[in-house]
Structures are given as C-alpha cells and as structure tokens.
Design a binder for this molecule. Structure first.
Ligand SMILES: [Zn+2]
Length: 380
C-alpha cells in the first residue's frame, strides 16, 4: 500500500508527511462536493451568515477547497495524536500518509506493553474531539459578516467531531477496533483477540456497506469495503507473525557467515556465487571488520575485473540474538531488506539470516499438525 506516495518537504514533530496519489484525486473531489453542498451545510448547521455572497462565482469551490484542506489538516493532527502517544511508549512513527480515506500513522513497531495499543488508538479520537472543541470555541469570535471564514471554522469543528466519532466504531483497522482488540488481548492471546475483533469488524463492515447501499452513500460503501479488506489482511498478518514468533533468529540463521575480502574482483565473487549458489556475501577485511556487502544484483552492471570495494553496498543491519522471527519479518518488510546480520551481546557478527530462512520458518509453522494454534483457519 502507498507505493505511489510522495514526500512533502517538511517534517511535523520530526515525522515525514507523505501524500498518496489517491489523496490528490480525493482533494479536488471533496472540495467540489463541499462547495456544491455549501448551502445545505449553512442551513443544517444553522449558521447565522448571509449565504448569498458565498454562492457567487467560484466562491463555493474556493470555500470547499479551504474546508477540505482544513479537514485533511485535522486528520494530520489526529495522526500526530497517535504518534505522540506512541512515543510515550518508546515507539517512533516512521511517517504519516494521507490517502483517499484519511490518514495513517506508520509505526516502526507496535508497543509491546499490555493495553498500550488501546491507549495509542484512543489518543487519535481524543485529539480530534479536543481540536473540534477548540474550533467550536472560536466560532463566537468570528464576525458574522465574514461568512466564508465562519463557514470554514464551523465546518472544521463539526468534521473533527465526525472524525472522532467515526473512528470510534469498533471495527479494525479503525481506532475503535484497535482499542477493542487491545482490551480483548488483556484476557486472551493476541491472536485470539485479533480473531474476535476481526469477526466483529466483518459484521460491522457488512452492516456499514448495506447502510451505504440503502442511503446511496458511496463514501460509506467505500469505507465498508476498505474495512473488510483491511481486516482480512490484519488477520493474516496476526496468524503469520504468531507462527513466526515460535522461532528465534539463532535457530534460522546461517553460522558461521561466509564472507569475501574487499580486494578480490567482481569476477571472482561471481564465480563463487555460482559455485556456492549464494546471492550475496558480507565483505570482511583482514582484521575481521565487516565493511559492506556484495549482492548478485549489485554486480550486474559491473565489469569482471573491478574490485569488490568499488561495487559493494552498505552492510545489512544487525539484529541481536534472541530476536523473534516475527520481529525479523517486520524489519525485513519495513526496511525492504533481504538479509540481516545477527550480532551477539558484544556486537560481533555471529550469523546471517535471509528472507528464504524466514519463509522456511513460516512453512514449518503453517504446516504443523491439526489442533496446533498456528494452523487454525483465520476466520471465526
Ligand atoms: Zn486514528
């Protein structure tokens, strides 16, 4: 997801902000929709403003754009609420992405403390309620003659309350679903908690979709579809990592590590890759230091007589012994790494672990005999 997202040239509280392409589609659409319904908003929310000047020329659409930008700004603040709370548990947010259906804060890892997911999840809606309250508090200070500003302030206050309330629906991956799962996990295993909340989420997604169909609300149908798909992915992920968590990295790693010296040629390394059927080697100097890695993809464009030191890539990252394969999986996905080095307590390299090792572990876990927790069907 979010492969086609581009980064904005600034950070918020140290967190990079990304815009997904779907966001660029929804923004003008939303601006247009808000503009087209401006008169209804003013009437329904009983705004004491003269609506006539707001409907002249391009004004509705400019106001729609301002309101849409305020809405997405509010979504970013909501995500920052999650991010700041995550930091409290020692978990950093890698980035915040805005897309078609709102915002996502990508955590580097999930906080491990019991109940922490619930606290991090509830922080988003609380932030939105507070922000809604702040904008509501501003309303009396906006002069009635400034109808456009009045509209945008009221709209922002209103939408923050909608945002907070909507996110409290107890369906994964919405905040309410995460709160529910985290609370369930206090009484049962995390996998079981995911299964129960996934069942509830699917039910809610179907109900939401039917409601969207009956009321011709396309946005609601879209959300229902998104919830349903995300729940399936979330359950698969939980089953997958549960199976992996039984293996620790020293069981999967290859040890000792086969290395190459930096002064041999590309040709020599390639011949060795062929002979040993290996895709990569860490590069190790005579005094035992690891200085980089050479991969088969990395030498594709090189000449046979080039030195390895000229074509080598940065060393794969190190993980400590005792790390679970579930965490290994998270790191490989997140950092798009195919191999990681395993280090002992003193920081010395003791082994290397690859994606293939991980797949092998998962295959064993997923083909365990019946009655084993990791093989039960993902659904309820
Ligand atoms: Zn949230």
């Amino acid at each position: 997801m979010f492969k086609n997202a581009f980064r904005l040239p600034f950070r918020l509280l140290g967190i990079p902000l990304y815009l997904d392409v779907t966001f660029l589609i929804i923004l003008p659409l939303l601006a247009w929709m808000i503009g087209a319904q401006l008169e209804q908003f003013v009437t329904v929310l009983e705004m004491p403003v003269d609506v006539a000047p707001l409907l002249e020329g391009y004004t509705p659409f400019l106001l729609g754009l301002a309101a849409a930008l305020m809405l997405f700004g509010s979504v970013v603040v909501h995500e920052l609420g999650h991010a700041v709370t995550g930091r409290f548990y020692g978990v950093e947010t890698e980035r915040i992405t805005l897309w078609l259906l709102g915002g996502v804060a990508h955590f580097k890892e999930m906080p491990k403390q019991r109940g922490a997911e619930a606290v991090v999840a509830i922080a988003g809606p609380i932030t939105s309620f507070v922000l809604g309250g702040i904008f509501a508090g501003l309303i009396p200070f906006v002069p009635g003659e400034m109808g456009g500003l009045y509209f945008v302030v009221v709209y922002t206050a209103y939408m923050n309350v909608v945002l907070a309330t909507f996110n409290l629906i107890p369906a994964l991956p919405l905040d309410g679903g995460r709160v529910l799962r985290s609370l369930l996990a206090l009484r049962t295993s995390r996998l079981e908690a995911t299964r129960i909340s996934a069942a509830i989420s699917r039910g809610l997604a179907i109900a939401l979709g039917l409601f969207g169909l009956v009321t011709f609300n396309l946005f609601m149908i879209l959300i229902a579809f998104f919830v349903y798909m995300a729940v399936t992915a979330e359950t698969q992920y939980a089953v997958f990592t549960e199976g992996l968590s039984r293996f620790s990295v020293e069981l999967l790693m290859t040890s000792p590590v086969a290395t190459v010296p930096p002064d041999i040629t590309v040709g020599e390394v390639f011949d060795r890759m062929l002979a040993e059927a290996r895709l990569a080697y860490p590069v190790q100097t005579g005094d035992g230091a690891y200085v980089g890695q050479v991969t088969v993809a990395g030498i594709q464009q090189a000449r046979r007589d080039q030195r390895i030191s000229e074509v080598m890539e940065p060393l794969p990252e190190m993980i400590p012994m005792g790390t679970g394969a579930d965490e290994l999986f998270d790191r490989m996905i997140r950092e798009d790494q195919h191999r990681l080095l395993v280090a002992d307590d003193h920081g010395s390299v003791v082994g290397i672990v690859t994606k293939t090792d991980l797949m092998r572990a998962f295959q064993i876990a997923s083909e365990a005999p019946k009655g084993d927790v990791a093989t039960e069907p993902a659904g309820p």
